[in-house]
Design a protein around this ligand. Structure first.
Ligand code: SF4
Length: 360
């Protein structure tokens, strides 16, 4: 497949149109020089900020060299897909009620991995409808890919002090995906400059102080990492700071001024499931493993499994008011087969029964 430079430019314009038709919120063509981001990653790893995510340290320089991950890659198409699930921006309703469970907004609906991959494949196939066979592979959070760096290089936003990508018109509530290809696209020339300025709202708002410095997140303190990625007991000093956040955390994004005008996603699959939106902690704690599996079928939450689900909820219950119903529910799990769950349950009971507390 050989295309003239003019045909390539024309194809890129058509790809923008197709991406619109497929309801992506943004598409760009990434510059592949990721050396600065690899250096940032190396410093982050050297400080041990990746915690138990040892896979982040594997793969050598593959992350910053797309052609080492997929042979013959010379271009990357980067896309953005908004997931904000609520018509009203009301995360504080759940965050301010210690009896309610707070689940990161991206996880309230359908798991994005399959959906986004399918949509990326549709985009890739629409390209082959135009030009015939070519080499491509699609990724979304599924391989050693510096997604945010590629998206920034493609003009889809800048990496904020909280380490998420931000677009000045839509904020940061979106997923990213990529198409690696052997087509010689011209990189987007309008890279969005950093607009964080003097703001430090995300650093101040992080419940556990995980944003240890601008652009440096210590995952070992990050509630998203602790509730989703981390196996085993959650370090005790951090438990009280987690509040009612049982799966992920959005605080750094909630306070970000660029998210003020975020619109609800057009992807209905990301709308909240009834069982998860505004759910009471104690009700979720009663879910058996079978109920957990059926209620979270097709949702990202399922990935953590029932034990970590119970661990997270037990800690959140320990941060609540400790009603008789909660104490009873916790006691029922004191003999749970998992030592990790028992540890969280006993911590919660110890906290609720030993220390008279006032819960806001
Ligand atoms: S809260 Fe402020 S400092 Fe943090 S990412 Fe948003 S604009 Fe940047």
């Amino acid at each position: 497949m050989t295309l003239t430079p003019e045909e390539i430019v024309e194809l890129q314009t058509k790809i923008q149109t197709i991406a619109d038709e497929l309801a992506f919120d943004g598409v760009g063509f990434a510059r592949l020089d990721l050396s600065e981001h690899q250096a940032h990653l190396n410093r982050w790893l050297a400080k041990g900020y990746h915690g138990g995510m040892s896979y982040m340290a594997r793969h050598g320089t593959k992350r910053s060299h797309p052609n080492q991950l997929v042979d013959n890659t010379i271009s990357v198409i980067s896309v953005r897909l908004n997931y904000w699930p609520e018509a009203e921006r009301t995360p504080s309703v759940a965050l301010d009620d210690p009896e309610q469970a707070y689940i990161s907004r991206y996880a309230l609906g359908r798991d994005y991995h399959k959906l986004l991959r399918k949509r990326l494949k549709q985009l890739a196939m629409r390209i082959s409808d135009l030009i015939g066979p070519y080499q491509y592979r699609v990724f979304t959070d599924s391989a050693p890919v510096l997604e945010k760096a590629l998206a920034a290089n493609a003009g889809l936003g800048w990496i904020g002090k909280h380490s998420n990508l931000i677009h000045p018109k839509t904020g940061s509530y979106f997923f990213l995906g990529e198409i690696f290809t052997d087509l010689p696209f011209v990189p987007s020339d309008e890279v969005i400059s950093n607009h964080c300025g003097q703001c430090s709202a995300c650093l101040d708002a992080c419940p556990t102080g995980a944003i240890v410095a601008p652009y440096q997140v210590d995952a070992r303190r990050c509630i998203s990492y602790l509730t989703i990625e981390h196996f085993g007991p959650i370090p005790e000093p951090l438990r009280a700071m987690m509040g009612n956040r049982i799966y992920g955390c959005d605080d750094c994004q909630i306070v970000c001024p660029w998210n003020r005008f975020t619109n609800q996603t057009e992807t209905r699959e990301f709308y909240p499931r009834d069982a998860l939106a505004q759910a009471r902690l104690v009700a979720l704690f009663h879910w058996s493993e079978d109920t957990f599996l059926s209620q979270t079928e097709g949702a990202a939450i399922r990935r953590i499994g029932h034990d970590r689900w119970l661990r997270n909820i037990a800690i959140a219950l320990g941060n609540g008011s400790g009603s008789p119903e909660v104490i009873k529910a916790l006691r029922r799990q004191q003999a749970h087969a998992s030592s990790m769950v028992r540890d969280a349950v006993n911590w919660a009971l110890g906290r609720l029964l030993m220390q008279p507390r006032v819960v806001k």
